[in-house]
Design a protein around this ligand. Structure first.
Ligand code: OXD
Length: 307
Protein backbone atom coordinates (compact mmCIF):
# COMPACT_ATOMS: atom_id res chain seq x y z
CA UNK A 1 0.00 0.00 0.00
CA UNK A 2 1.36 3.42 -0.94
CA UNK A 3 0.76 6.41 1.30
CA UNK A 4 1.64 10.00 0.53
CA UNK A 5 2.09 12.24 3.57
CA UNK A 6 2.05 16.02 3.28
CA UNK A 7 2.31 18.07 6.44
CA UNK A 8 3.73 21.56 6.40
CA UNK A 9 5.96 22.57 9.28
CA UNK A 10 8.61 21.00 11.39
CA UNK A 11 6.73 17.96 12.70
CA UNK A 12 6.78 16.07 9.44
CA UNK A 13 9.30 13.47 10.67
CA UNK A 14 7.15 12.76 13.74
CA UNK A 15 4.11 12.29 11.48
CA UNK A 16 6.07 10.00 9.19
CA UNK A 17 7.27 7.89 12.12
CA UNK A 18 3.73 7.66 13.52
CA UNK A 19 2.31 6.56 10.15
CA UNK A 20 5.14 4.01 9.76
CA UNK A 21 4.40 2.54 13.16
CA UNK A 22 0.59 2.47 12.69
CA UNK A 23 0.78 1.08 9.14
CA UNK A 24 4.00 -0.98 9.00
CA UNK A 25 3.01 -2.42 5.63
CA UNK A 26 2.78 1.02 4.01
CA UNK A 27 5.33 2.47 1.64
CA UNK A 28 5.40 6.10 2.74
CA UNK A 29 6.42 9.04 0.58
CA UNK A 30 6.71 12.47 2.13
CA UNK A 31 5.74 15.45 0.00
CA UNK A 32 7.34 16.99 -2.10
CA UNK A 33 8.45 13.46 -2.99
CA UNK A 34 5.38 12.20 -4.78
CA UNK A 35 4.48 8.83 -6.20
CA UNK A 36 2.00 9.48 -9.04
CA UNK A 37 -0.50 6.94 -7.81
CA UNK A 38 -0.57 6.47 -4.01
CA UNK A 39 -3.51 4.60 -2.52
CA UNK A 40 -3.97 7.22 0.15
CA UNK A 41 -2.93 10.84 0.65
CA UNK A 42 -2.73 12.26 4.19
CA UNK A 43 -2.67 16.03 3.85
CA UNK A 44 -2.98 19.34 5.67
CA UNK A 45 -3.61 22.50 3.64
CA UNK A 46 -1.97 21.00 0.54
CA UNK A 47 -0.67 23.15 -2.29
CA UNK A 48 -2.61 22.91 -5.59
CA UNK A 49 0.52 21.39 -7.13
CA UNK A 50 0.08 18.25 -5.05
CA UNK A 51 -3.10 17.05 -6.73
CA UNK A 52 -1.83 18.26 -10.09
CA UNK A 53 0.95 15.68 -9.70
CA UNK A 54 -0.73 13.00 -7.61
CA UNK A 55 -4.05 11.21 -7.84
CA UNK A 56 -4.75 9.09 -4.75
CA UNK A 57 -6.62 5.93 -5.73
CA UNK A 58 -8.68 5.27 -2.59
CA UNK A 59 -9.02 8.24 -0.22
CA UNK A 60 -7.67 11.58 0.92
CA UNK A 61 -7.45 12.10 4.68
CA UNK A 62 -7.50 15.65 6.08
CA UNK A 63 -5.06 15.94 9.00
CA UNK A 64 -6.98 18.62 10.88
CA UNK A 65 -10.48 19.48 12.07
CA UNK A 66 -11.62 21.87 9.34
CA UNK A 67 -11.75 20.72 5.71
CA UNK A 68 -12.36 24.18 4.22
CA UNK A 69 -8.75 24.69 3.06
CA UNK A 70 -8.65 21.25 1.44
CA UNK A 71 -11.99 21.65 -0.34
CA UNK A 72 -10.78 24.99 -1.72
CA UNK A 73 -7.82 23.38 -3.52
CA UNK A 74 -8.75 23.74 -7.21
CA UNK A 75 -6.98 20.55 -8.27
CA UNK A 76 -8.63 18.34 -5.62
CA UNK A 77 -9.94 15.27 -7.49
CA UNK A 78 -13.74 15.30 -7.44
CA UNK A 79 -14.27 11.55 -7.29
CA UNK A 80 -11.89 10.51 -4.50
CA UNK A 81 -13.47 10.46 -1.03
CA UNK A 82 -12.19 13.09 1.38
CA UNK A 83 -12.22 11.90 4.98
CA UNK A 84 -12.09 14.20 7.98
CA UNK A 85 -10.71 13.61 11.45
CA UNK A 86 -13.48 13.25 13.99
CA UNK A 87 -12.28 14.46 17.38
CA UNK A 88 -8.85 12.71 17.43
CA UNK A 89 -8.08 14.38 20.75
CA UNK A 90 -9.29 17.81 19.65
CA UNK A 91 -12.68 17.72 21.38
CA UNK A 92 -11.13 17.49 24.84
CA UNK A 93 -8.83 20.43 24.14
CA UNK A 94 -11.67 22.55 22.78
CA UNK A 95 -13.82 21.68 25.78
CA UNK A 96 -11.02 22.91 28.08
CA UNK A 97 -10.65 26.15 26.13
CA UNK A 98 -14.36 26.89 26.08
CA UNK A 99 -14.92 25.94 29.72
CA UNK A 100 -12.20 28.39 30.68
CA UNK A 101 -13.75 31.16 28.57
CA UNK A 102 -17.26 30.49 29.87
CA UNK A 103 -16.19 30.46 33.52
CA UNK A 104 -14.06 33.58 33.06
CA UNK A 105 -17.11 35.33 31.68
CA UNK A 106 -19.55 33.99 34.26
CA UNK A 107 -17.24 34.73 37.20
CA UNK A 108 -16.49 38.18 35.69
CA UNK A 109 -12.74 37.71 35.93
CA UNK A 110 -12.06 40.59 33.53
CA UNK A 111 -13.98 42.98 35.79
CA UNK A 112 -12.00 41.75 38.81
CA UNK A 113 -8.73 42.17 36.90
CA UNK A 114 -9.72 45.75 36.20
CA UNK A 115 -10.58 46.30 39.86
CA UNK A 116 -7.22 44.86 40.86
CA UNK A 117 -5.45 47.29 38.52
CA UNK A 118 -7.35 50.09 40.28
CA UNK A 119 -6.56 48.59 43.74
CA UNK A 120 -10.32 48.33 44.36
CA UNK A 121 -11.82 45.72 46.74
CA UNK A 122 -15.37 45.36 45.52
CA UNK A 123 -17.30 42.07 45.60
CA UNK A 124 -19.79 41.83 42.76
CA UNK A 125 -23.24 40.25 43.13
CA UNK A 126 -23.44 36.67 41.93
CA UNK A 127 -24.91 36.36 38.45
CA UNK A 128 -28.06 34.28 38.04
CA UNK A 129 -27.03 31.05 36.36
CA UNK A 130 -30.44 30.42 34.86
CA UNK A 131 -30.03 33.66 32.89
CA UNK A 132 -26.56 32.72 31.70
CA UNK A 133 -27.38 30.55 28.70
CA UNK A 134 -24.56 29.00 26.72
CA UNK A 135 -25.33 28.79 23.00
CA UNK A 136 -23.39 26.22 21.01
CA UNK A 137 -23.45 27.27 17.40
CA UNK A 138 -22.49 24.12 15.53
CA UNK A 139 -23.27 20.90 17.34
CA UNK A 140 -21.18 18.11 15.84
CA UNK A 141 -18.60 16.02 17.67
CA UNK A 142 -16.81 19.11 18.99
CA UNK A 143 -19.91 21.05 20.05
CA UNK A 144 -21.29 18.00 21.81
CA UNK A 145 -18.03 17.43 23.71
CA UNK A 146 -18.15 21.06 24.84
CA UNK A 147 -21.76 20.61 26.02
CA UNK A 148 -20.73 17.51 28.01
CA UNK A 149 -17.86 19.43 29.64
CA UNK A 150 -20.15 22.33 30.58
CA UNK A 151 -23.09 20.22 31.77
CA UNK A 152 -21.90 19.80 35.40
CA UNK A 153 -21.85 23.59 35.93
CA UNK A 154 -25.61 23.91 35.48
CA UNK A 155 -25.82 26.65 32.83
CA UNK A 156 -28.80 26.42 30.47
CA UNK A 157 -27.35 24.85 27.31
CA UNK A 158 -28.70 25.32 23.78
CA UNK A 159 -27.48 24.30 20.37
CA UNK A 160 -28.00 25.64 16.88
CA UNK A 161 -27.36 23.36 13.93
CA UNK A 162 -28.54 22.43 10.46
CA UNK A 163 -30.43 19.36 11.62
CA UNK A 164 -32.28 18.72 14.90
CA UNK A 165 -30.02 17.20 17.57
CA UNK A 166 -31.36 15.35 20.54
CA UNK A 167 -28.91 15.52 23.43
CA UNK A 168 -30.11 15.39 27.03
CA UNK A 169 -30.04 18.77 28.73
CA UNK A 170 -29.38 20.74 25.51
CA UNK A 171 -32.23 22.62 23.81
CA UNK A 172 -31.89 22.14 20.07
CA UNK A 173 -32.54 24.97 17.59
CA UNK A 174 -32.45 24.47 13.86
CA UNK A 175 -32.02 26.66 10.81
CA UNK A 176 -32.58 30.34 10.20
CA UNK A 177 -36.13 30.31 11.58
CA UNK A 178 -34.88 29.33 15.05
CA UNK A 179 -31.72 31.45 15.04
CA UNK A 180 -33.34 34.50 16.70
CA UNK A 181 -34.64 32.57 19.72
CA UNK A 182 -31.27 30.82 20.03
CA UNK A 183 -29.38 34.13 19.95
CA UNK A 184 -31.65 36.07 22.28
CA UNK A 185 -31.27 33.43 25.00
CA UNK A 186 -27.49 33.05 24.66
CA UNK A 187 -25.17 34.83 27.07
CA UNK A 188 -22.03 33.10 25.81
CA UNK A 189 -22.04 32.20 22.13
CA UNK A 190 -19.58 29.42 21.29
CA UNK A 191 -18.96 28.97 17.59
CA UNK A 192 -17.71 25.64 16.22
CA UNK A 193 -19.47 25.87 12.86
CA UNK A 194 -17.64 24.62 9.78
CA UNK A 195 -16.55 27.27 7.28
CA UNK A 196 -18.78 26.91 4.23
CA UNK A 197 -20.31 29.42 1.81
CA UNK A 198 -23.45 29.26 4.00
CA UNK A 199 -21.62 30.24 7.19
CA UNK A 200 -19.27 32.95 5.90
CA UNK A 201 -20.06 36.17 7.76
CA UNK A 202 -22.89 34.53 9.72
CA UNK A 203 -21.81 36.41 12.85
CA UNK A 204 -22.49 39.90 11.51
CA UNK A 205 -24.10 42.88 13.19
CA UNK A 206 -27.59 41.51 12.53
CA UNK A 207 -26.85 38.25 14.35
CA UNK A 208 -24.53 39.55 17.07
CA UNK A 209 -26.87 42.36 18.05
CA UNK A 210 -29.56 39.79 18.85
CA UNK A 211 -27.39 38.47 21.68
CA UNK A 212 -28.45 39.99 25.00
CA UNK A 213 -26.66 43.00 26.46
CA UNK A 214 -23.40 41.90 28.09
CA UNK A 215 -23.01 38.70 26.05
CA UNK A 216 -19.68 37.10 25.12
CA UNK A 217 -18.55 35.52 21.89
CA UNK A 218 -16.12 32.60 21.74
CA UNK A 219 -14.92 31.68 18.25
CA UNK A 220 -12.87 28.50 17.85
CA UNK A 221 -14.15 27.68 14.36
CA UNK A 222 -12.94 29.93 11.56
CA UNK A 223 -12.33 33.68 11.44
CA UNK A 224 -14.40 34.09 8.26
CA UNK A 225 -17.58 33.36 10.17
CA UNK A 226 -17.29 36.69 12.01
CA UNK A 227 -17.55 40.15 10.50
CA UNK A 228 -14.72 41.71 12.52
CA UNK A 229 -15.87 45.34 12.16
CA UNK A 230 -19.37 44.42 13.38
CA UNK A 231 -18.00 42.55 16.38
CA UNK A 232 -15.71 45.46 17.29
CA UNK A 233 -18.57 47.98 16.92
CA UNK A 234 -20.77 45.97 19.30
CA UNK A 235 -17.92 45.59 21.81
CA UNK A 236 -17.20 49.33 21.61
CA UNK A 237 -20.85 50.24 22.11
CA UNK A 238 -20.91 48.03 25.24
CA UNK A 239 -23.62 45.75 23.83
CA UNK A 240 -21.17 42.85 23.96
CA UNK A 241 -19.00 42.41 27.04
CA UNK A 242 -16.21 40.38 25.52
CA UNK A 243 -14.88 38.08 22.85
CA UNK A 244 -12.46 35.18 23.09
CA UNK A 245 -11.05 34.57 19.64
CA UNK A 246 -8.76 31.77 18.58
CA UNK A 247 -9.27 31.98 14.82
CA UNK A 248 -9.08 34.86 12.39
CA UNK A 249 -9.85 35.62 8.76
CA UNK A 250 -6.12 36.16 8.24
CA UNK A 251 -3.66 34.11 10.27
CA UNK A 252 -1.34 35.05 11.82
CA UNK A 253 -3.57 37.93 12.91
CA UNK A 254 -2.03 41.03 11.26
CA UNK A 255 -0.01 43.13 13.72
CA UNK A 256 -2.17 46.19 13.09
CA UNK A 257 -5.49 44.43 13.62
CA UNK A 258 -7.72 46.09 16.22
CA UNK A 259 -8.32 42.78 18.04
CA UNK A 260 -4.74 42.74 19.37
CA UNK A 261 -5.19 45.74 21.63
CA UNK A 262 -8.93 45.71 22.21
CA UNK A 263 -9.58 45.71 25.98
CA UNK A 264 -12.54 43.34 25.62
CA UNK A 265 -10.93 40.85 23.26
CA UNK A 266 -8.78 37.88 24.25
CA UNK A 267 -6.66 36.65 21.33
CA UNK A 268 -5.01 33.23 21.12
CA UNK A 269 -3.04 32.01 18.08
CA UNK A 270 -5.26 29.16 16.79
CA UNK A 271 -4.40 26.87 19.68
CA UNK A 272 -7.78 25.92 21.13
CA UNK A 273 -6.99 22.43 19.82
CA UNK A 274 -3.83 21.25 18.19
CA UNK A 275 -3.83 18.17 16.02
CA UNK A 276 -2.34 15.38 18.11
CA UNK A 277 -0.11 13.18 16.00
CA UNK A 278 -0.65 9.82 17.71
CA UNK A 279 -4.44 10.16 18.02
CA UNK A 280 -4.84 11.47 14.48
CA UNK A 281 -2.68 8.80 12.90
CA UNK A 282 -4.49 6.08 14.88
CA UNK A 283 -7.78 7.35 13.47
CA UNK A 284 -6.43 7.55 9.91
CA UNK A 285 -4.93 4.05 10.19
CA UNK A 286 -8.27 2.67 11.43
CA UNK A 287 -9.98 4.39 8.48
CA UNK A 288 -7.50 2.90 6.02
CA UNK A 289 -7.97 -0.57 7.49
CA UNK A 290 -11.75 -0.30 7.07
CA UNK A 291 -11.36 0.68 3.43
CA UNK A 292 -8.83 -2.10 2.84
CA UNK A 293 -11.31 -4.61 4.29
CA UNK A 294 -13.97 -3.34 1.91
CA UNK A 295 -16.03 -1.73 4.69
CA UNK A 296 -17.65 1.65 4.12
CA UNK A 297 -15.41 4.59 5.03
CA UNK A 298 -16.48 6.71 8.00
CA UNK A 299 -16.18 10.49 8.20
CA UNK A 300 -16.50 11.06 4.46
CA UNK A 301 -16.94 14.76 3.73
CA UNK A 302 -20.07 15.82 1.87
CA UNK A 303 -18.55 18.08 -0.79
CA UNK A 304 -21.83 19.82 -1.43
CA UNK A 305 -22.41 20.67 2.24
CA UNK A 306 -18.75 21.56 2.70
CA UNK A 307 -18.01 19.49 5.83
C1 OXD B 1 -8.26 23.26 12.25
C2 OXD B 1 -7.21 22.49 12.92
O1 OXD B 1 -9.00 22.72 11.43
O2 OXD B 1 -6.32 23.15 13.52
O3 OXD B 1 -8.38 24.45 12.53
O4 OXD B 1 -7.25 21.27 12.92
Amino acid sequence: MKVLLQMPGRDVEAWRAAVASALPEAEIAVWPVAPADPDYALVWRPPAELFARVRPAKAIFNLGAGVDALLAVPTLPRDVPVIRLADAGMAEQMAEYVTLAVLRAYREMDAYAEQQRDVRWQPRPRLAKREFGIGLMGFGVLGQAIAAALAPFGFPLASWSRTRKSVDGVTSHVGSAELPVFLTTTKVLVCTLPATPATTGILDRGALSQLPQGAHVVNIARGDLVVDADLIALLDSGHLAGATLDVFATEPLPVDHAFWHHPRVAVTPHVSAVTLIRESVAQVAAGIRRIEKGEPAVGVVDRHRGY
